[in-house]
Design a binder for this molecule. Structure first.
Ligand SMILES: [Zn+2]
Length: 483
């Protein structure tokens, strides 16, 4: 999310698989051109070890990690369960001989203590509220505008209070200036819609509370001593990332037990291949993703000066659904970000700029209990930004070809989005068709076949980029330009 994929495109209980069915997603999907075929000059040498040779225990170990994490109970942002997941992942990395740094992040979250919603005088319990509890009003008296799911919202909603029966509507109107979106149960929506008046009255009482979470950071360095001079590119690095927390009471076997498991096993794989690495691979496990990608935004803020040296971010989130793999790179509603970043790898990113409005920094964009989600006109641009330059599209296409794998592209959101909106090339490997963000996100639901494909794709992309030994050559990826 995000802002998590859930935050952006689905109700808490809705699975990622619904995301593409959403009007916003459908509107965005066609705008993302399929990756172009690999240009001959960029053709990769696959004579070396390909991901197909992942050892037979690779997926079994990922499943074992996911099982350990899920068995430990829920691990929502800033909870004791998240801390336990943090300890587990840190412990696994240290057992591999890696140094692990813990970066504390403090954030604030508004917590609703009392809510009183009356629609035409009738008391209704909202499913979720869209509002800005940090900067906006908490009391509303208005004539509501009714917007059923699937309806076409008017272009300008300046200050309007919307009542809807579908949580996705918030994202449809987010950039149109609405002051409030109250999603209510369908039966209450119908009663209200059929009534003579559309008076809305809402009183929200609550408090801003402080929370703490942690990011985990470790790095696998290449064995540069064994290399000839001129490995200039070693100052660049790749980030492999996954989020530690799970959604509310979900055991999070898939979201994100599978991503964390793959994260750990890819770290082990990189250690085993240090002699072939040409760039450092930094592994960052983020806290508090599910309430607004807080960990990745905190990482961005702390390391902004260094991220100009980041080749790209490979995020791992929810790899064990029934269908996949899927490469998530949200299409940009405004193509400005995309057009400024499509081009030579060497030029992206020249500067890393977090476009998050200052008043929203360090603050949850969703309630820890899911009762509200941020409604701010600038957030939609952040969660739909894309930094997916052509060289990266080519590597993804090439990896899919090497693995003889169908790879779809989508517009789902996770921690990679924090980097994409700031100008760092970023993708997330994901799967679809699963039961995430619910108590049903359990081990029995995992599809080991999809998990294998997703993790093999991640490894192959990483191998193709991190093992490339011609990166200083004129036609190497560092100097390749958009064609
Ligand atoms: Zn996730």
């Amino acid at each position: 999310m995000v802002l998590s994929h859930r935050f952006a495109f689905a109700a808490p209980a809705l699975a990622l698989s619904l995301a593409l069915a959403s009007p916003l997603a459908l509107a965005l999907a066609p705008r993302l051109a399929p990756p172009p075929a690999l240009a001959p000059s960029l053709a990769l040498d696959h004579s070396g070890a390909a991901a197909g040779e992942l050892d037979s225990g690779f997926v079994a170990r990922i499943l074992a990690h996911a099982g350990s994490l899920a068995a430990a109970g829920p691990r929502s942002a800033a909870s004791g369960g998240e801390a336990a997941a943090h300890d587990y992942v840190a412990g696994q990395l240290r057992a591999m001989g890696l140094n692990v740094e813990e970066e504390r992040l403090d954030f604030e979250a508004f917590a609703i203590e009392e809510v009183d919603l009356r629609l035409a005088g009738r008391s209704v319990t909202p499913v979720v509220l869209g509002l800005d509890p940090y900067n906006g009003p908490l009391d509303f008296d208005a004539q509501a505008l009714l917007l059923a799911g699937g309806a076409d919202p008017p272009p300008d909603l300046g200050g309007r209070c919307i009542v809807t029966n579908h949580p996705m509507v918030q994202f449809m109107v987010m950039d149109r200036g609405a002051a409030l979106v109250a999603c209510v149960p369908p039966e209450d929506f119908d009663v209200f819609a059929q009534g003579a008046t559309h008076d809305l009255r809402l009183r929200v009482r609550g408090a801003i509370r402080s929370h703490e979470s942690y990011n985990l950071v470790t790095v696998v360095e290449p064995l540069l001593d064994d290399r000839p001079d001129g490995f200039e590119s070693a100052r660049k690095e790749i980030l492999v990332t996954a989020h530690l927390d799970a959604y509310q009471a979900s055991p999070g076997a898939n979201d994100n037990g599978t991503g964390l498991g793959a994260f750990l096993e890819i770290a082990r794989w990189c250690l085993r291949h240090r002699a072939q690495l040409t760039v450092p691979v930094r592994f960052v496990a983020f806290g508090a993703e599910e309430v607004g990608a807080i960990g990745s935004h905190a990482y961005l803020a702390r390391h902004e000066g260094k991220l100009g040296e980041c080749l790209f971010v490979l995020n791992l989130d929810t790899l064990g659904g029934q269908e996949g793999p899927r490469v998530a790179v949200t299409a940009s509603i405004e193509d400005t970000l995309a057009s400024s970043s499509d081009g030579a790898l060497a030029a992206a990113p020249s500067s890393v700029v977090d476009r998050t409005p200052p008043e929203l920094r360090g603050r949850a964009w969703e309630a820890l209990d899911g009762s509200w989600r941020i409604l701010h006109p600038e957030v939609l641009q952040l969660i739909t930004a894309r930094t997916y330059p052509q060289w990266l599209q080519q590597f993804v296409a090439s990896a899919a070809t090497t693995l003889k794998m169908e790879v779809s592209h989508g517009d789902l959101i996770s921690d990679h989005q924090s980097f994409a909106q700031a100008g760092v090339p970023a993708i997330s490997i994901q799967s679809r068709k699963h039961s995430i963000h619910s108590p049903g996100d359990t081990m029995e639901k995992l599809d080991a076949g999809t998990l294998r494909k997703c993790s093999a794709l991640a490894v192959e992309i990483l191998r193709a980029i991190a093992f490339d030994e011609r990166r200083d050559a004129p036609e190497g990826p560092h100097t390749a330009t958009t064609r």
